[in-house]
Ligand binder design. Sequence first.
Ligand code: ZN
Length: 150
Amino acid sequence: MKLRLLAATFALIGMSFGAQASTECEVSINANDMMQFSEKTLSVPATCSEVTLTLNHTGKMPAQSMGHNVVIADTANIQAIGTDGMSAGAENNYVKPEDDRVYAHTDVVGGGESTTITFSTEKMTAGGDYSFFCSFPGHWAVMQGKFEFK
Ligand code: ZN
């Protein structure tokens, strides 16, 4: 009985440490009906081998007219990825399939919806020039910010 309690205590301690360690590798951002992200910068330490990203669409408009996603890529590639994403269309979440310039992207969501992804940072380099943006047609030019990995 005592042993079992002890094991349970250790399990609890382990869980809380685990949660603490991963929190710095978790980022979250809101987007609204006015084509605005809530953050200009998302930062995670370069020690994160995996990052969990949550996008909350706090607006009311549907995904067809005011959809948002989050795409993470080299800053220099935003426009090219956005242009190819437009051709890829809604069925591909406005991201060209198998686009190796894209480190990670969420699905497109509409007002009131949220989406969470966990992605590997294995192809990213500490201190690289990364950005996040929304690849919904017409949005990338204004809906973008820095993704810091350092
Ligand atoms: Zn958008």
